[in-house]
Structure formats: structure tokens, C-alpha cells
Design a protein around this ligand. Sequence first.
Ligand code: TXA
Ligand code: MG
Length: 345
Amino acid sequence: MADAYPLNTKIIFAYRDRETAIGEAADTIVSGGIVVLPTETVYGLAANAFDENAVQKIFAAKGRPQDNPLIVHIADQSMADGVAVDIPEKARLLMDAFWPGPLSLVLKKADAIPHAVSAGLGTVAVRLPQNDIMLDIIRKAGVPLAAPSANRSGRPSPTTAQHAAEDMLGRVPLIIDGGPCGVGVESTVLDMTGEVPVVLRPGGITMEMLEGAIGNVGIHPAVLRGLHAGEAAHSPGMKYRHYAPNATVFVFEGDKKTIAKTVNSRYDEYNKKSRKTVIFCDAECAPLYAGKSIRVLGDGMHEVAQALFRELRQADELEYQAILFHYTDDMGLAVKNRILRAAGN
Ligand code: TXA
Ligand code: MG
């Protein structure tokens, strides 16, 4: 596979050449190629979801394990019936409430979806993204798109086309630059195949929002910790170390003042050992770390989520060796899940 690289990668700015961007992306997809595309969550690496050969190129370009299935992206609700079967009533309610938007529904797969997409499972994750460029490309190509995040496996997901290019230059023929992603973390993945729907990955659509629409929703225990030895991974993505920066990430949560004391003394200890260290926190906690090297991720859940992956990449560029992450509940489950993964939990 390695001999397929480097390719010549073309970058098109969609806000400048919208028609060209949509046309060339759709052509590439229809002819069996892969393209980096913007969505509202993170950048995706897309191929025709019905084309097994094209889907294999995604796995190769990302260096992604074959047993981790891909999300299938559609442009309107009726396309769901071409990729999934026996769609439950609750799933229809969620589609009405949250599509287009950052929600992927795990449904029974239609035969037309190749095993490469579902990684051999009988299910498929389906989502209708909220990004006009992406939606126009799906419509123009006329097929659903299988698309994981456009990072190399194990790297933080890209929230700008530049980040995607850092990972994918020479590995894909085309990158569509649609500007920075608004949400900043990947979609909520919700398993609809059991009695009670279960969150396999928290994201932009929160538990509260889901329960507001359909009532009781469960959360898989591995979302907020690692898997126990021998425990089956519900969402194959759970078992891999994700979003990993080069720095070692330490997560602290609890009473604000107590945490600040711990973080400050850990910071001083690392500094003495010349270990290049940065503190990540929200706007409210920033005053607790006066005089220290800190990154304020933002104020509230949405800002912190949007900044998270960008800040993890930046910390790598600045060659930090340790990130001390002061987590507060205001940041939300999606952020908590991502930093626990970044910390290798
Ligand atoms: O926001 C997003 O979801 C982005 C953008 C590009 O749409 N995509 C994304 O894809 O994050 P990816 O491949 O990086 O993450 C997909 C996650 C993985 O954890 C995978 O295991 C899970 O969804 N998944 C996919 N299909 C599944 C299935 N049939 N059953 C259970 N989990 C599934
Ligand atoms: Mg990913």
C-alpha cells in the first residue's frame, strides 16, 4: 500500500470556487476516488459508500484498522432507506428532531452496504450532516458517502482543512476547504438496534437533547473509561487509543480549588524537571493558574469543544511534553470522552 503514496494533492477553496469544488469532488467520488470534505463536526475522508474498492482506499490512507466501521453520510432522510432496513420509529423521531446535525444512528444495515463499511457488522451508522458543501457534493455524486474523520489513525480529528492537509497531503487526490468546523468534536453515535437506544460516543447532540425527543437513553459505560480486559467493544472505535497528541495528557476533575492545588503543584514539579508543560482549562478556571503556561479553551461547552482538537495539535507543534487538563462538568460529556481517550484511558 505504501507505494501508492505520495499522490498529488489538490486543494480547492469552496468559498471561492464553490461550483468547481462540488463538481470535482463529486467526479472524484463517482470515479472511485477519495476526497477530504468539510462537515459541521470535523473534516471527513469520503468515498462512495456502495463501492468496496473505494472504501478500502480510506482505510489505507488513514492507516485505520479494518475492524473499525465507517459512518455513512446522506443528503436527505429518504436516502436512509437505501442504506438501512427496519428503521425503528424512535430513529425517525430523532431524524426529524436533529437532522441535519451531529447525530449518527446505528441501524440494521441494507445489503447494498459492503462489509468494508460495516467492518463485518450487521449494522451501519448513518448521519445527515449540517454542511451545505458536503450536502451538495452528496447530491451531485448521487450516492451516500462513507467518511471517517480525515486524520491519520491515532491523531486528533481535523477541524480545519489545514489540519486535514497535515495528515493527508500526498495520500489523497483532493481536499475541499470549507473553512473551520463549527462543532469541533465528532457526531454523537447512538445505537438504535436494542430495546433502549445507547450512546456509544457522546457528541454535539447531548443526552438531554436525545431524551427530550424520545425518552430514556442509555450510555455505554466505556464512554467515560477504558474497556475492561475481555470486554467486547460495542462500537469498535472504543477500543483504540484516539486523539492522541505526543504530549502525555493528565485529566483532573473534582472540586475546583482542590484540583487547582494539585495541578499547580504538578506543574511546578514538571517544570523543575524541565518537562515542557501546559495547563488546559476553561475561562472560569484561568485565574487559578496565573503566571503559568496555560491555554484557555473557551467559555462553556460549545467553545471548548470547538477548540479542543486544534489545541491538541498546537500543543504538539509547540512540543509540549505534558498537558494538565482541568476538566469541569460545564465542558460536557463529548469533551470528557475525548480527553480521556487522549489520555490513553
Ligand atoms: O462527526 C463525525 O461523525 C465525523 C464526520 C466526518 O462525519 N466522522 C467520524 O467518523 O467521526 P469516525 O470513523 O472517525 O468515527 C466513527 C465512529 C467510530 O467510533 C466507529 O467505531 C463508530 O462510529 N461506528 C461506526 N459504525 C458503527 C456501527 N455500525 N456500530 C457501532 N459503532 C459504529
Ligand atoms: Mg475518527
